[in-house]
Design a binder for this molecule. Sequence first.
Ligand code: EPU
Length: 418
Amino acid sequence: MDQFRIHGGKALRGGVEAAGSKNATLPILAASLLADAPCRLTRVPNLRDTETFLTLLGEFGLRVERPVPREVVIDTSGAKTGVAPYDLVRTMRASVMVLGPLVTRFGKAQVSLPGGCAIGARPIDQHLKGLEAMGAEISLEDGYIEVKAKRLKGARISFDMVTVTGTKNLMMAASLAKGVTVLENAALEPEVSCLADLINQMGGCVSGAGTSIIEIEGVDRLGGYEVEVPPDRIEVGTFMIAGAITRGDVTIHRCVPEHVRSLTLRLRDAGLEVTEGNDWVKVLANGPLRPVNIKTAAYPGFPTDLQAQFMVLMTLAKGSCAITETIFENRFMHAAEIIRMGAKVVTEGRTAHLDGVKELTGAHVMATDLRASASLVLAGLAAKGDTIVRRVYHIDRGYERIEERLRTLGAEIERVSE
Ligand code: EPU
């Protein structure tokens, strides 16, 4: 098993290019199950989750080629329904996104019911409620959800909470259904709009994405697509915080500054100088770090996927603040690890109370999930002395060669075998 060894205390300086977004790539790949023509993606991030999803597509007869790095071409001519097996769904909950495309195109889908995960219970009741409203029959056997429908019918569906994957799944299901589907309380995340644009490019009819009401008029067939994956806003945010926490000067290129605006505003509140252009954002640390309260929320609010990283930054602020997690019920596991590095954090339900300390000190810490691991790397970069971050396979799920890219900014970080 790999681990990172980090020698902290160096200010990061320079520029880095954003990679393609993991959470945009996965639904784009799922949408290839809707296509009756070839699909092509560029700027595909080289990640464990993308690999897992490509393996999953193989279960449904799709053939994947990679003519050049970061490009994926999918031959959909052999597409058929099948089973999303437990072993794949277990490692990547986003696998559930094959449900909508498979049932709408082939009338049947079988997907292992994802269990809970490190960050919470994460049920899929909203996905199932929506499919049922569209006329699907749903049953559960041996841990597998089976969804059947001769042809899904358009329906008016109101989500009980904002769900990103739920919105994407039902949007794909509705794209080949008979009639019009209206999704209310839909997620506003940029990855949802990206999927809507993609379905329209394939010949579908989706409007309203980016607002809380999305309307989808079903069509009889969908063709292929050619798309460049948009930049990963969570990765961009993580690099921004890396610049901030090491008191450095970091520019992230080829990104969409608007997608990280909530972080930009909080970093400015914390005393960082953040400037942005059309497709870049720069963070410069040149004054004291002030404490800032944050509360995670669905887009355009502060992303839960940057909560751990921001918390680590706030451990070094001059004063106290509170961080509240509203999306997932168990997303403070990094707190216990950074306490071992000298941070002062007390968690109370969904709120973490922090008292800033002068410095963090290196320690052996353990990654527990993707974003928590990123936060531990940030803590290591800022800490005095050496930090070992174990179980970095979590970070490889969502950050491409993060250690190499941090090194180009001057970080002392290496990957070693345990
Ligand atoms: N929820 C339900 N029932 C449902 C669906 C969701 O109760 O049917 C709850 C969840 O348990 C959670 C909340 O609603 O408490 C929001 O869940 P959502 O469905 O929005 O999350 P997701 O779609 O499973 C995506 C990202 C996550 C990101 C969240 C929130 C992907 C593949 N995953 O998850 O990303 O944290 O949205 O923005 O897009 C990550 O990349 O590290 C990651 C966890």
